[in-house]
Design a protein around this ligand. Structure first.
Ligand code: SF4
Length: 354
């Protein structure tokens, strides 16, 4: 299948079928890859110009009741020291990230039974507390929640709900998210949107999926309407059943980023610092990403997810360092007014779709 012809179709906003999307995911010749990445950059720049959104990451509880096979924080991993930040610590961290110039604070936790007790009371209080303190976007990544929780999460102040399916291949899902219900997880983004919350979905790359699996996941995420979609390369974790898997390089992830951009020009697509740290930033931006996620201030005793300490205490995942890197790339951090405009526009679209 001719890659140039597929790219021409995508750039003209003609729908690509599963075979065509699969061909983009499977491309390997240098000239084809150059065409894909260059087209993705152009499409991104037409839509968003040179501005990039930046997200601060507050992983406030590393306790989890689940046992996802790929995850360092799975319940049965006894190798790590877990933590749970107090509400006061979470407010202070969020405020310091806001002061440093981020556009959004991502409040993330494992499926922590303490946060889920009494109708998710502590979680809702934390979201409300941050809403009262910082006038920027709030994303909540709390694991899978019952349907009735979403209006409460919206009322507490969440702009976004993030929950990654990781794969749309049911067999692979069963091997990754052990003892979890595929459809319950799939419905998370549907229920969040019903409540008027923007949604993020994501896939893991390098865990035995095929190019067709990645193509199908991309199309499904787009069809769900998720305003932010992402791919992250699997990083093997000590103390997990997948610790011995030989990690893939990031090329498949970069092709997913570029393909997402070509298919869904107006979506937010992250370049995560949580896979390769700061050295992986440029390639992801050059593949069409327009958000930088997992910015973590140094010396705050906060962890990342896939890379629990990479580049955190050397300051390379700080706002200032990321701003410098963007400067070098001829790009700049979006203002909070610009980010607010994106939120308002897309929330209105969800309402309009109701
Ligand atoms: S991926 Fe999330 S739900 Fe699964 S074990 Fe890790 S923290 Fe828990």
């Amino acid at each position: 299948m001719d890659i140039s012809q597929i790219i021409d179709k995508a750039v003209k906003r003609e729908n690509l079928n599963l075979d065509e999307v699969t061909a983009l995911m499977a491309a390997s010749k240098k000239e084809d890859l150059d065409i894909i990445f260059s087209a993705a950059r152009k499409v991104r720049d037409v839509q968003f110009g040179k501005k990039v959104f930046i997200y601060g990451f507050v992983y406030f509880s590393t306790y989890c009741r689940n046992n996802c096979a790929f995850c360092y924080y799975r319940a049965t991993n006894t190798e790590l020291g877990r933590y749970r930040k107090t509400p006061e610590e979470i407010m202070a961290l969020s405020t310091s990230l806001y002061d440093a110039g981020i556009n959004l604070v991502d409040l993330t936790m494992g499926e922590d039974p303490k946060m889920y007790a009494n109708g998710h009371k502590e979680l809702l209080n934390i979201v409300q507390g941050v809403r009262d303190e910082v006038p920027i976007g709030i994303m909540v990544s709390p694991g899978a929640m019952p349907r009735e929780m979403f209006p409460k999460m919206k009322e507490a102040g969440a702009d976004w709900f993030a929950c990654y399916q990781e794969t749309y291949n049911r067999d692979l899902f069963a091997k990754l998210r052990l003892d979890q219900d595929y459809d319950y997880r799939l419905n998370q983004r549907v229920w969040a949107r019903e409540a008027g919350i923007l949604t993020e979905d994501g896939m893991l790359v390098g865990l035995g999926e095929t190019a067709r699996d990645r193509a199908e996941a991309t199309l499904r995420m787009g069809a769900l309407g998720c305003e932010q979609i992402r791919a992250m390369t699997f990083v093997p974790q000590h103390g997990t059943p997948m610790q011995a898997i030989v990690p893939a390089d990031s090329m498949d992830e970069l092709k997913v980023i570029a393909t997402m951009r070509l298919l869904f020009p107006d979506r937010l697509i992250p370049a995560s610092l949580d896979v390769e740290g700061i050295v992986g930033l440029k390639t992801r931006i050059d593949a069409g990403a327009n958000v930088i996620t997992s910015i973590i201030p140094p010396h705050m005793e906060l962890a990342g997810v896939a890379q629990h300490d990479l580049n955190i205490d050397d300051g390379c995942r700080s706002v200032d360092y990321v701003k410098e890197m963007l400067d070098d790339m001829g790009r700049h951090v979006a203002t909070n007014a610009e980010y607010g405009a994106f939120l308002s526009e897309h929330k209105a679209l969800i309402k309009g779709a109701e």
